[in-house]
Design a protein around this ligand. Structure first.
Ligand code: AMP
Ligand code: MG
Length: 357
């Protein structure tokens, strides 16, 4: 836990136009004042993120509230007035929490933070320290994941320190490890028609339907190409993202050798992640390729909370290849399947060079 003095220092740093790395329940974020164009440019530069990939605005939920009673309309007024009945149902059911909503933006919202788009993404995180900081700051804060663009997101303060060791003026708050471990679910409501899911996360479409009666569509369920083109460009939608420098591949159940056959020259160490619910895979014959097994949780929530930690730990000299089991079918695995597939696609020594593909 952080003392009030440290939180106050972070608030002052934000007011002075500085950057603060801070935990949210999802992953560590790189926080900056959403109304200050200079520091927003600094966020893009520090992450190495292309300036047309927009940032999420994070807002405080009111203190000591009865969730059903919160009037979000005035809280959102400086950012958007685009609040349909469905939108308010989603907000009342899931804020504060790990649900990001995309709205048509108010004209006062800086184009620098929306990547020039006429939409703005907003979220009220649930993390208690993040909430305390937001309430004291009394304004919106952008908080993209605290990692270099295209690389593995980070869930501990020590990892953020190592990632940005050259950014000397970055204040880093240690709020412990992030609980959820993958980025928020994003729902795009800006078409005013259907709720669309550009990025899966811990909150699933069935949970949304059950709690609010709102149907959520996958982007590919939108029939017309025009509708697809209208979808905002987001970094989480790149084919390659969240990627380690060590090659990463997924293997189907019992098919470790098939995955290895893609790398005939490997003669050093291969990290093979195996479900903790299963016995060793050694009868597969993979030990001949110097494989070492690493257990990963077979529960989707526990898996998500450790996914980036495991990728980060394995993305070290000494490992030539990382193999992960394909996540099982089912909506609750969609968030981690999405991250793992993009991480595979972007992985390898040239990963930072082809994240824009
Ligand atoms: P990150 O900042 O890395 O956690 O990613 C947040 C995601 O929200 C990114 O993929 C953003 O591009 C997306 N996002 C932020 N702002 C908007 C917006 N105005 N319209 C659509 N998506 C957005
Ligand atoms: Mg990110």
């Amino acid at each position: 836990m952080q003392s009030s003095a440290v939180i106050n220092e972070a608030v002052q740093t934000l007011r002075d136009g500085g950057l603060v790395a801070f935990p949210i329940e999802t992953v560590y974020g790189l926080w900056a004042d959403a109304k200050n164009p200079q520091v927003i440019h600094k966020v893009f530069a520090t992450k190495g993120r292309p300036s047309n990939h927009p940032l999420i605005v994070h807002l405080a939920a009111p203190d000591r509230f009865d969730q059903a009673q919160v009037d979000w309309v005035p809280i959102l007024a400086p950012w958007t007035r685009d609040l349909s009945e469905d939108t308010l149902k989603l907000i009342n059911a899931f804020w504060p929490g790990s649900l990001t909503l995309v709205f048509k933006k108010d004209k006062s919202v800086l184009n620098d933070l929306t990547g020039g788009q006429d939409t703005v993404a907003i979220r009220a995180p649930a993390h208690p320290i993040a909430q305390e900081l937001l309430r004291k700051f009394k304004g919106g804060v952008v908080a993209p994941s605290a990692n270099r663009f295209g690389k593995v997101s980070l869930t501990s303060a020590a990892d953020v320190r190592a990632e940005f060791e050259d950014v000397l003026d970055l204040m880093i708050l240690d709020g412990g490890d992030c609980e959820i471990g993958i980025e928020s679910t994003i729902i795009d409501l800006s078409s005013g028609d259907k709720a669309v899911l550009p990025r899966p996360g811990a909150i699933t479409p069935s949970e949304i339907l059950a709690k609010t009666g709102v149907n959520v569509y996958q982007p590919n369920e939108l029939k017309s190409d025009e509708a697809m083109e209208d979808l905002p460009k987001i970094s989480g939608s790149l084919k390659a993202h969240y990627a380690p420098t060590t090659p990463l591949r997924l293997y189907a159940p019992g098919r470790v050798l098939d995955a290895l056959s893609e790398f005939p020259d490997i003669n050093s160490r291969v990290a093979v992640a195996v479900w903790d619910s299963e016995s060793s895979l050694s009868e597969d014959g993979h030990r001949s390729a110097h494989c070492e097994e690493i257990e990963v949780p077979s529960d989707s929530t526990a898996f998500a909370s450790r996914l980036y930690r495991s990728l980060r730990d394995l993305d070290q000299p000494g490992w030539d290849l990382i193999l992960f089991p394909e996540p099982p079918a089912g909506e609750k695995w969609d968030g981690v399947r999405d991250r793992l597939q993009r991480a595979c696609f972007g992985s390898g020594p040239s990963s930072s060079g082809h994240v824009n593909t």
